[in-house]
Design a protein around this ligand. Structure first.
Ligand code: NAI
Length: 319
């Protein structure tokens, strides 16, 4: 149709695009006119070993067979500069970066080795930092950029045996929160998704009949929408899977000031626990200043009930 979301002229890097979700993103962007860098190391599911050009090549061939435009890149996401350079050398710019590559090294917490922790953080969190930092100046120069971070339900909710992965995956949300603020004046938007889909990473842990509903094709439309030039959404987190898409936000209780003048004890916390944990009147702060000012104002209002030197300037903290 005429109002199809198109990506003509846009250059997209999809990491880990040799299979699973990344492959689906790469094919979908190419189908709608984008020039795609198909990055994949072609390694093992647990990272740290294996390497093959085949993973990326197969996807590039499939795109070209449909008259799309794509080039392969076989570097690890840890070699971020080389991946960005592939985009610049072949297409002269970089507009969209989908940080998708990933591995799993599930272990119960005590069995988690330094290597299990470090590899997961290197591939998921650190490489997304390196890639986005390398892409950033190009996006700033163009006054256009769209970045996707890939989180996980394991990060949002925790999951048995995934301490390393949970920490790295929620780290990506923290990164995205700040990038959305720093990117705002350059029209760089950064959003985070927590997908559920059938892939190499999930086919061993989920039953077949469930997996068949969880097509990557039911995730990619959200990623394309978020990366479109007319989409202004930024700094947000979405869960997506099986055709369902939803947005998440923090909810805070109204809480309570529990100090008595200059004194605050563990017993004050205990005696106000119901108020502290009640979501009867929830708050949804969206910026650090808003959050800090609320806390300060609550404290000052409590002070004003007793003699105090506090002022009522409600925008005291501007950082
Ligand atoms: P997948 O294993 O099919 O795809 C990941 C791709 O990344 C593979 O093709 C792999 O070769 C590539 N890769 C791994 N290490 C790399 C490296 N160092 N450099 C370049 N490429 C590398 O898995 P899936 O499920 O498609 O995962 C995509 C992303 O979605 C991952 O970040 C994963 O953690 C995340 N995710 C997936 C969920 C699911 O239900 N499938 C659930 C939550 C998060």
């Amino acid at each position: 149709s005429n109002d199809q979301l198109r990506f003509d002229g846009k250059v997209v890097i999809v990491t880990g695009a040799g299979g699973g979700l990344g492959k689906c993103y790469a094919l979908s962007f190419a189908e709608r006119g984008a020039k795609v860098v198909v990055n994949d190391l072609g390694g093992s599911m647990s990272g740290g070993d294996g390497k093959s050009t085949k993973a990326a090549d197969v996807v590039v061939e499939e795109i070209r067979a449909k008259n799309g435009i794509a080039v392969p890149n076989y570097d690890s996401v840890e070699d971020a500069e080389k991946i960005i350079q592939t985009a610049i050398d072949n297409f002269g710019r970089i507009d969209i970066l989908v940080n998708n590559a990933g591995i799993l090294r599930d272990r119960s917490f005590l069995k988690t080795t330094d290597l299990d922790w470090d590899l997961i953080h290197r591939i998921h969190l650190r490489a997304s930092f390196l890639l986005t930092r390398a892409a950033w100046p190009h996006m700033q120069k163009n006054k256009f950029g769209r970045v996707i971070m890939t989180s996980s339900g394991a990060g949002i909710y925790g999951n048995f045996g995934q301490a390393n992965y949970s920490a790295a995956k929620l780290g990506l949300l923290g990164l995205s929160n700040t990038l959305s603020i720093e990117g705002q004046k350059y029209n760089i938007k950064c959003n985070t998704i927590a997908p559920v889909a059938k892939s190499r990473l999930t086919e061993t842990v989920m039953p077949e009949e469930i997996l068949n509903v969880l097509k990557p094709e039911f995730v990619s439309p959200l990623v394309l929408y978020l990366c479109h030039e007319n989409t202004n959404e930024t700094g947000s987190l979405f869960e997506v899977g099986g055709g369902w898409v939803g947005k998440l936000r923090w909810q805070k209780s109204s809480g309570a000031v529990v100090r008595n003048g200059d004194l605050m004890t563990p017993e004050d916390v205990r005696d106000n626990w119901t108020k502290i944990t009640s979501f009867d009147v929830p708050l949804y702060h969206t910026a650090i200043a808003e959050s800090t000012n609320f806390c300060l104002n609550a404290s000052e209002n409590a002070s004003s009930e007793t003699p105090s030197s506090a002022t009522s300037d409600d925008t005291k903290f501007k950082y």
